[in-house]
Design a protein around this ligand. Structure first.
Ligand code: NAD
Ligand code: TDX
Length: 337
């Protein structure tokens, strides 16, 4: 099987590729990635000499690049996207271009090349914002995206389903909760906080840390995608959940693991339009046979351990981040919740 992974140099894509080369020895993997600020080829350094792995530098918004990469491909697993909500608030059109137009160009090429499956990776953020008493999202929840990131992902999801309904392209979609794990760019909450704490900095927690996310270890997400590729019904969507935690709970757990005190928390203003809560009912994919292997505590311990042992991977990346640090964008509110 020849599999095209878009965005394989990013966080989830690189975890997916590491998993796939070990579990599916006969498959050929092509990693197609534009290497934006979020693409780190170093994440796949150990695979450089693997005969079943090949990297192609290319942009999903460029039809020629995509057409070349799509040649002879059986399955597309589409991760490539602009993925950071804070960046989407600063530069929304970059998100429209990559996430909507880029997905459209890939779908067109997949159709022309008669791929056997186009699997689209999406997010729970397309469903909008929940309050505490709200019913968790499932496959039938109406879309109600609120950030430019979420709206552009929603647009891409609609296009994927339209290619199934209009042209019969064999698609599947997963809408997943917040991932964490190795190779996670240190501008997202968990890797930012780990790397800040390891380098002696305080952590910028938005609001009072009351916002809620569901967290899933990246390998558990990969196993969900693997299951959908093997057993999922064409044209269907599967929601993939995690464990619900407030951001303050996540932060306190990290401080505990690293044996540090709460004086390392710096409370900063909320991002614009900050969604309060995401929660997922993942009954449908559990009925297909998926369940997570890692509890939040297990996954977080593994993740902290990985960042402690892999400074080489994150140090230069961290040093390059000044523009999206909430402390640089907003005033520190105070030092107390
Ligand atoms: P990421 O930002 O870490 O990686 C994105 C990758 O896509 C990078 O390697 C980047 O270079 C590449 N890319 C960006 N624009 C491109 C373009 N025009 N052409 C080719 N490659 C391009 O993202 P991630 O966190 O790994 O997320 C991967 C996918 O999963 C995204 O579609 C995201 O919406 C979705 N998702 C992420 C999460 C999460 O918690 N991180 C949760 C649910 C869904
Ligand atoms: O420095 C920070 N301080 C802080 O309090 C950062 C980066 C985040 N936060 C808060 C904002 C959110 O409530 O933590 C929460 C998580 O923020 P992010 O890590 O930016 O993730 P989120 O906005 O929830 O989106 C992530 O999960 C869904 C991914 O980035 C998306 O790509 C995915 O679709």
């Amino acid at each position: 099987m020849k599999i095209l992974i878009t965005g394989g140099a990013g966080f989830i894509g690189s975890n997916f590729i590491h998993y796939w080369v070990k579990q599916h020895l006969g498959d050929q993997i092509i990693n197609f990635d534009a290497l934006t600020y979020a693409g780190h080829l170093e994440s796949l350094k150990d695979l450089e000499d693997n005969p079943n792995y090949r990297f192609i530098k290319g942009d999903i918004t460029n039809s020629d690049d995509v057409q070349t990469a799509m040649n002879g491909i059986d399955i597309v697993v589409h991760f490539a996207a602009e993925s950071h909500v804070d960046r989407s608030i600063i530069d929304p059109l970059a998100f429209v271009k990559t996430n909507v137009l880029g997905t459209g160009i890939l779908l067109d090429a997949a159709l022309k090349n008669k791929v056997k499956r186009f699997h689209h990776i999406s997010t729970d953020e397309v469903f909008g914002d929940l309050q505490i008493e709200g019913t968790p999202f499932d496959e039938n929840t109406p879309y109600d995206p609120r950030s430019p990131y979420a709206a552009s992902k929603a647009g891409s999801d609609h296009l994927v389903r339209a290619y199934f309904k209009t042209y019969g392209l064999p698609v599947t979609v997963t809408n997943c909760a917040n991932n964490y794990g190795p190779y996670h760019d240190p501008e997202k909450l968990i890797p930012r906080f780990i790397t800040y704490l390891l380098t002696g900095k305080n952590v910028p927690l938005m609001g009072k840390g009351e916002n809620i996310r569901e967290w899933i270890y990246a390998d558990d997400h990969t196993r969900a995608i693997e299951l959908v590729l093997n057993k999922g019904v064409i044209g269907e969507t599967y929601c993939v959940g995690g464990e619900e935690k407030t951001n303050l709970q996540v932060t306190k757990r990290l401080l505990d693991i690293l044996k540090l005190g709460e004086d390392r928390i710096e409370y900063v203003q909320h991002r614009l339009g900050h969604d309060f809560r995401y929660a997922i009912n993942d009954k449908k994919i559990r009925e297909l046979g998926w369940e997570p292997k890692y509890s939040f505590n297990e996954g977080l311990n593994l993740t902290v351990e990985w960042y402690k042992n892999n400074t080489w991977w994150w140090k230069t990346i961290l040093d390059s981040k000044i523009d999206v640090d909430p402390k640089k964008q907003r005033e520190v509110v105070n030092n107390q919740p």
